[in-house]
Design a protein around this ligand. Sequence first.
Ligand code: ZN
Ligand code: ZN
Length: 229
Amino acid sequence: MTILEKDLKILWGRAAGRCSYCNEDLTRTFEQGSITLGEMAHVIARSQNGPRGSAEFLAENERDKYENLILLCPTHHRLIDKAPRNFAVEDILEWKRRHEEKVNFSLSNIEVQTFYELCERVAIILLENSQIHKQYGPESLVANSNPFSDVSDIWSLKKLTKIIPNNRKIINIIEKNIGLLKYTQKKTFYLFKEHAEAFELNTQSRLDREAVPRFPIEFKNMIEECMDE
Ligand SMILES: [Zn+2]
Ligand SMILES: [Zn+2]
């Protein structure tokens, strides 16, 4: 058994590419071409004799699935495997749950006072996304100058661990402050939300590419125009 791409994508995406214990960004090592499968730690070891391997019954073909994996930096992976008795299955799953919740609800508690302030927050996140797209996206210099580079893998990792969590931040902070938007602004925001949700499903290969509505440029314009006023 090996870890399937589907499980790998869900794991890296939901953890935003960070250690579920200390939040260290694990995508950097990937860029240097040295990603190790070890960073995807088994909660219950693949074999009966491994760490927590006999903790409870889990069929062998279930052990490589997302549900039994946790993304950890090498330090924390070593920690839970060296002293397995100190780290119960429930404790490790609790780290994972809390970490994913943090990623998922990031910025969802931020209340701002004005639409301008909201735009400022969103603009920074949009800028980060567009820089990542420029640097690693399908039309990037790297992608074009070297057709054999693994930029497409880096791009799909960036989508999963940076762009999608960033989109979620945008949705969270706007929904928390939705009262600051006028009717037409809300409509524009919902176009973005529709795009972001389809993009996420598509990246996790659960949807046809054609089904993803394009990034609504009017959303970016709305945010930038507000900042110019
Ligand atoms: Zn760590
Ligand atoms: Zn391990």
